[in-house]
Design a protein around this ligand. Structure first.
Ligand SMILES: [Zn+2]
Length: 305
């Protein structure tokens, strides 16, 4: 396991790449990517991710340089990664590029695909509508009236969310009641802890919440399936956590990744053996500046069946 060099704004990219390297489902598929066939004028993300992950897996010492991957992401997205981007933007950019690439890269992008059905009830006129929702992650909102434990949160069926769109039937902006059911389970589940919220009218009002939020080593999605009797086992095991310390404007990302039964803390060039107790410190931050809180969780489906 090797660290990654940070040229100033790469810690979010480094953390996401460490999580991807720790995803064995991705490593199984990445072998089939043909680097020579990547389009050098636009999308080279898949080929370069493969090269970087291979370098990181090599049995040698010292950190790897992720610049060539970052360069391909900049070309693909059309913006530089000179300033630190949020980890979910980085994750989204890589998955989008992989899916876009087609072939074996697309199959990697689809590892995280989750299909859900949303039942939306307008509290003004009682109209119920159903929509299909495709996502590559499940957002977790940090609100006072919502559970602060992941399994409880996932099982909490009715999430009251203020309506930001007008009801088609009664044309009023009422609050809606949204119930989400999972239709198809992903191989890898990404949970995004939404800790940054806009409390004003513009981006100058972004604040980060340090609210305590706990998550288990094993997560069960059975109760959120639309047809729970159709699946034998919907158990997921945690294998990676991205943590963020500092404020929304000035912070640092690190990753915790599990290999076999050991946890490692990956902090740019530093690779350190740690424990589940260390991972659990990301439930909350006692000091905003120094303690990392979890932003993103990766669970893999238990393959016993
Ligand atoms: Zn309505």
């Amino acid at each position: 396991m090797r660290g990654l060099i940070n040229y100033g704004s790469y810690c979010s990219i480094n953390s996401v790449v460490q999580c991807l390297r720790g995803t064995r489902e991705l490593r199984d598929l990445i072998r089939d990517i043909d680097e020579a066939h990547c389009d050098p004028t636009k999308n080279m993300v898949a080929g370069r991710l493969k090269r970087l992950i291979y370098e990181m897996t090599e049995n040698s010492y010292g950190p790897c340089d992720p610049s060539f991957l970052v360069d391909s992401m900049s070309r693909y997205k059309g913006f530089s990664f000179d300033v630190q981007e949020d980890s979910d933007l980085v994750f989204g950019c890589i998955l989008e590029a992989l899916t876009d690439d087609g072939g074996p890269a697309k199959r990697i992008g689809q590892l995280w695909d989750i299909t859900m059905e949303k039942r939306i009830r307008c509290r003004g006129c009682n109209t119920v509508t159903y929509t299909l929702d495709y996502a590559n992650s499940i957002p977790v909102h940090m609100e006072e009236d919502l559970p602060n434990e992941l399994q409880d949160y996932i099982n909490f069926e009715n999430t009251l969310t203020p309506c930001d769109c007008q009801c088609e039937k009664c044309h009023t902006k009422n609050s809606t009641e949204i119930t989400t059911k999972v239709l198809s389970l992903p191989s890898v589940l990404c949970i995004k802890l939404v800790r940054v919220k806009n409390i004003g009218r513009d981006t100058a009002h972004m604040v980060k919440t340090e609210k305590r939020f706990t998550f288990p080593k094993t997560l069960d999605l059975k109760d959120v399936m639309k047809e729970p009797e159709a699946v034998v086992d919907a158990l997921y095991e945690l294998y990676a956590v991205i943590a963020h310390s500092g404020t929304h404007y000035c912070g640092h990302y690190t990753a915790y990744v599990r290999e076999e039964d050991s946890w490692y803390l990956l902090d740019d060039t530093q690779v350190r053996l740690c424990s589940w107790e260390d991972v659990k410190t990301t439930y909350e931050a006692r000091s905003t500046l120094y303690d990392g809180v979890a932003y993103m969780l990766m669970y893999r489906r238990n393959n016993r069946h």
